[in-house]
Design a protein around this ligand. Structure first.
Ligand SMILES: Cc1cc2nc3c(=O)[nH]c(=O)nc-3n(C[C@H](O)[C@H](O)[C@H](O)COP(=O)(O)OP(=O)(O)OC[C@H]3O[C@@H](n4cnc5c(N)ncnc54)[C@H](O)[C@@H]3O)c2cc1C
Length: 390
């Protein structure tokens, strides 16, 4: 017998959840959706959207009230990312990455560090990025080479990071670096250190040209003798790997929310189009094969959404957070890819050209199967949890 992990039961959105979800949906429809095609075409960092999200306190959602945040639960953040991503995945990622970068401070930072950095991040005046990946260390962070060597009250950091979302626009990057090269366990080699990007020796060496989320700058960073005070280290030396893993437990639902939002956006475009497009003398929505495709898209999106909401509740309750975070990202990412691919099919040739947004949504969906751990890595985490309970 495999013991089922504890579950708190079905999720009912509260009045506050519904109010926030609907307000963000209106904002996304009115102010962000009209920008989405251009952001994609120009591969342009939408600073106007960043300001809009800051002005409406959306970036403040995951922060404590004492730091100027809304003090909301994980589900509230997820509802916002979902609604924004339904209109524009690049814009949804602004909210997700700001939370991702800040979680290491919330998880590992002292009260003084939290008071120092979180208020500016919650206001959206300061942007933060998460710097784990390197050219030779993707799925396997124990292969990281970036080195932080202690010299008195400072660390001197040397190395390079690859694929860092917002790396070129951020004010801070949480850099994961080797501080204990001789640690017995590879997982004890790393520390998490907050680096202000205006420090001498910090450089953006390139921006990626991407398939999707094209407005989100994905940067390669070089750290060349960057000196930071020891007081910028989050947690103890050697805790970096643990901080990164705890971060993913709260950030992966954000990517699942991006995926559900993209799927929902594509479903809405496809069903509207099916009612308007006429072939063989009637709307294609009257063709049963089109209806079946739309029904499968709707069912899969709803299933991923409900799983995601449950995962948020379980993660907040502290029930096997790693498993729930992995499960919701795995299911939502695969759903987004399938639903957006089917949306292109429903639109036929019109789905393949940029007159309609579904081709963009299909390109955007792919990244949700890759970042914050590929789908293969999510499966490893789910299997590990399952086998430990068997
Ligand atoms: C647009 C974009 C934005 C990103 N943003 C960030 C960011 O902000 N911060 C950050 O730190 N990183 C970021 N990343 C990095 C991202 O998280 C990594 O690309 C991802 O973790 C995979 O690493 P990799 O690309 O090196 O692939 P690899 O690890 O080389 O994997 C290649 C293939 O092997 C598979 N594989 C690897 N190991 C295993 C295994 N043990 N079992 C089975 N299969 C396996 C993978 O699933 C994949 O299919 C971003 C990446 C992209 C593309």
């Amino acid at each position: 017998m495999t013991a089922s992990p504890p579950a708190t039961g079905p999720v009912r959105l509260t009045e506050e959840h519904l109010l926030l979800r609907d307000a963000v949906r209106v904002l996304a429809d009115e102010r962000i959706a009209p920008r989405a095609a251009d952001i994609d075409r120009q591969a342009e960092w939408p600073d106007d959207v960043r300001r809009l999200l800051a002005e409406h306190d959306i970036l403040a959602i995951p922060f404590a009230e004492r730091h100027g945040g809304l003090g909301a639960d994980l589900l509230t953040l997820i509802l916002a990312i979902e609604q924004i991503s339904r209109a524009c995945a690049t814009s949804g990622l602004i909210v997700a990455v700001q939370a991702l970068g800040a979680i290491p401070i919330q998880v590992g930072g002292s009260e003084e560090q939290q008071d120092r950095w979180l208020p500016g991040i919650a206001k959206g005046e300061k942007l933060i990025a998460f710097g784990l990946t390197e050219a030779e260390a993707g799925s396997d962070p124990s292969a990281l080479r970036t080195r932080a060597e202690r010299e008195g009250d400072e660390y001197v950091i040397n190395g390079a990071k690859r694929f860092i979302s917002h790396g070129s626009v951020a004010d801070y990057v949480v850099v994961f670096a080797v501080t204990n090269p001789d640690a017995e366990k590879p997982s004890r080699r790393l520390s998490a250190i907050l680096v202000e990007t205006d420090r001498p020796g910090f450089k953006v060496t390139r921006l990626e040209h991407k398939m999707g989320i094209r407005g989100s700058p994905t940067a390669e960073l070089a750290l060349d003798n960057v000196r930071v005070p020891v007081g910028n280290r989050l947690g103890e030396e050697g805790q970096g790997f643990a901080i990164a893993m705890q971060t993913f437990e709260r950030s992966r639902p954000g990517i699942a929310a991006q995926a559900v939002g993209i799927a929902q956006g594509a479903l809405e475009v496809a069903s509207r189009y099916a009612k308007e497009r006429r072939q063989f003398g009637k709307p294609i929505a009257e063709l049963q094969m089109i209806q079946a495709m739309l029904a499968d898209m709707d069912a899969a999106t709803e299933a991923a959404r409900q799983l995601l909401y449950t995962a948020c509740q379980e993660i907040d309750a502290g029930h096997d957070a790693a498993r729930w975070a992995a499960i919701c990202k795995l299911v939502a990412g695969d759903t987004a890819m399938r639903v957006t691919t089917d949306a292109v099919q429903v639109l036929g040739g019109y789905g393949y050209v940029d007159e309609y947004p579904v081709e963009r949504m299909m390109r955007d969906a792919k990244i949700t199967q890759l970042y914050e751990g590929t789908q293969q890595i999510q499966r490893l985490i789910v299997a590990r949890s399952l086998l430990a309970r068997s």
